[in-house]
Design a protein around this ligand. Structure first.
Ligand code: HMH
Length: 210
C-alpha cells in the first residue's frame, strides 16, 4: 500500500524546492521559538482566507471522487477532509479572536490570491495538505522550542491522524497516476511543482520578505 509511487519520485526530483516549502524560515522560527508574533498573525489571517477558498475546492474534489473513482473508499477519505474544514474555520475564528485580529478586515494579499488559481486537481489537493503536514510535524518533533501558545497550531497539521489522512490522499493520487496519460502526468508534475512554489511565496508573505 505505501510503496513508492509517482508522487514520491517527483518529490525526490524536486527535493530542494520541497525542502524550501517544508523547512521555510517561518517554520524554522516556530521550531526554535524565535518567531516574530507579527509574522504569525499575518500568516493566521491570510491562512484563514486560504482555507475559506479551500472549502469549495475540497467539495469539487469530492464530486470528482464520486463521479470518477473506481474505488469507493476514495470518497470517504475526501469526505473526511471536507468534514473537518468546518471545525478548522471555527478554529481560525477562535484563534484570531485570541490574538486580537479582526478577520472581517483581512484582505487576501497577492501570494494568497495567486494561490487560489491552483485549486483544481487531486494532485494539488494532496500536495497542499502534505506541505503543511510535513512543515508542522517538524515543529512538534522532540527538542523543538515552540512557544506554548503556538503548540495547538502546530498540532493541528502536525498530528498523526492528519499524517495518515495525507498518506491516504497520496495513495489515491498515485493510483490514479498509474492510469494517467503522458499529458496528464506532465500536468500533474507541473501542478505539484507549482504548489511547492506557491507555498514558499505564502510563507514569504507572512515573513514580510516579499
Ligand atoms: C497555504 N497551505 C496553506 N494553507 C493551508 N491551510 C494548508 C496548506 C493546509 O490545508
Amino acid at each position: 500500500e505505501d510503496k513508492i509511487g509517482m508522487s514520491e519520485t517527483w518529490l525526490r526530483k524536486h527535493r530542494l524546492i520541497y525542502d524550501g516549502a517544508t523547512r521555510h524560515p517561518l517554520i524554522i522560527s516556530i521550531c526554535d521559538g524565535t518567531i516574530n508574533i507579527a509574522s504569525f498573525k499575518t500568516w493566521l489571517a491570510q491562512d484563514y482566507l486560504f482555507v475559506r477558498a479551500f472549502v469549495p475546492f475540497a467539495a469539487s474534489v469530492l464530486i470528482k471522487a464520486w463521479k470518477e473513482s473506481d474505488c469507493r473508499g476514495d470518497m470517504e477519505v475526501i469526505l473526511g477532509g471536507v468534514a473537518s474544514l468546518e471545525d478548522e474555520i471555527s478554529w481560525f475564528k477562535a484563534e484570531a479572536n485570541k490574538w486580537g485580529i479582526s478577520l472581517s478586515d483581512v484582505v487576501p494579499q497577492p501570494p494568497n490570491k495567486n494561490y487560489y488559481r491552483l485549486l483544481e486537481s487531486l494532485m494539488t489537493f494532496w500536495a497542499i495538505e502534505a506541505v503543511y503536514q510535513e512543515s508542522f510535524a517538524h515543529c512538534i518533533e522532540e527538542g523543538s522550542k515552540i512557544p506554548p501558545e503556538l503548540k495547538e497550531t502546530c498540532a493541528r497539521w502536525g498530528n498523526e491522524a492528519f499524517g495518515k489522512y495525507c498518506q491516504s490522499l497520496l495513495n489515491i493520487a498515485n493510483r490514479r497516476l498509474q492510469k494517467a496519460s503522458d499529458e496528464e502526468l506532465k500536468k500533474a508534475e507541473f501542478m505539484l511543482l507549482s504548489v511547492l512554489e506557491h507555498e514558499v511565496e505564502f510563507w514569504n508573505m507572512s515573513c514580510g520578505n516579499k
